[in-house]
Design a binder for this molecule. Structure first.
Ligand code: RIB
Length: 308
């Protein structure tokens, strides 16, 4: 039977704009590509990935009472996501992210949180009424909501998965009671620990530093084109990446963590889950867009079969 995963997090409209390089202060530059308004947000990307990969997604979020909010709600429903715990906020606009996309797929993102910042403790508590098997969060909503999700998950004995983006150096990590998997990317790891995970030694040091701040069962560092690094408090493993031509890395980290959670809940094996998540991340970066670039389970199976 498929697992039901409660995703607590943000919903945004993403304005994607390609740029040949990042403009200097005071510089005006002309984009070298088309722009597009697409659907995204770290929470929304996660919920869509959970659903695309065959688990049941229950999404707790907020959108504004505007055309973007309507569009997102429609899209989530079309993806089979349980939208009962997404509130339409009458006072705030739907969140917006401006995504600057450089050649090679690297991005820089500025987020206007809008309705996302109103997601509160009672929104989160209500969503546990969906009787999830596990809970996932990211750091794009307010701290109290995240801490409530962690506390309630611990109280109910549910595995809690954290995607640490965007990293908040002031986040009270010690308040996350028990984390099954904590997964930051390279920048987030550096912000949270002061250690850049650019060597195996540094991956280990950073993972140990995270475990000294939070009760974590597995740290999984997302290393982009270098794959991912898994640490369980004793042993570590570097899981090699799939070699692909990246065109847009937006949402790849969100899709990776969702895939890791879905597969780990199915198999109980963090290493095979990390391999599967690497495949999902790799496929996501080969496609433009945020939420629209996230593959389905069949596409991932086909990709793995072709790559061996
Ligand atoms: O992780 C990618 C996401 O970050 C984008 O979809 C954007 O909305 C920001 O939240």
């Amino acid at each position: 039977m498929s697992k039901r995963i409660l995703v607590t997090g943000s919903s945004n409209i993403d304005l994607m704009l390609s740029t040949p390089y990042i403009p200097a202060p005071g510089e005006t530059m002309i984009s070298d590509g088309a722009y597009a308004f697409t659907s995204g947000g770290k929470g929304a990307n996660t919920a869509v990935a959970v659903s695309n990969l065959g688990a049941e997604a229950v999404f707790c979020s907020r959108v504004g009472d505007d055309a973007y909010g309507d569009k997102l709600l429609e899209l989530f429903a079309s993806k089979g996501i349980d939208t009962r715990f997404i509130r339409v906020d009458r006072l705030e606009q739907t969140g917006l992210a401006v995504v600057l996309l450089e050649k090679g797929g690297t991005n820089r993102i500025v987020v206007y949180p809008g309705a996302n910042k109103k997601i509160n403790e009672s929104d989160i508590e209500a969503a546990f009424g969906a009787y999830p098997d596990a809970v996932m969060t990211q750091f794009e909503i307010n701290r109290e909501a995240i801490v409530t999700a962690a506390r309630t998950a611990a109280y109910e004995g549910l595995p809690f998965f954290v995607d640490a983006g965007p990293a908040d150096p002031e986040f009270p990590l010690g308040k996350l009671e028990r984390v099954e998997v904590f997964s930051p990317n390279e920048n987030e790891t550096e912000i949270l620990t002061g250690i850049r995970p650019n060597s195996l030694d540094n991956c280990l040091r950073a993972s140990m530093a995270l475990c000294s701040k939070v009760d974590i069962r597995y740290v999984v560092l997302k290393l982009g084109a270098r794959g991912c690094y898994v640490y369980d408090g004793k042993y570590c493993d570097l899981i090699s990446p799939f070699d692909v031509n990246a065109v847009d890395t937006t949402a790849a980290g969100d899709a990776f963590t969702a895939a890791l959670a879905v597969e780990y809940l199915n198999s109980g094996d963090i290493i095979s889950a990390a391999r599967f998540a690497n495949a999902v991340g790799a496929l996501t970066v080969t496609r433009p867009g945020s939420l629209a670039s996230i593959p389905t389970r069949d596409e991932v199976a086909d990709f793995i079969a072709r790559r061996g």
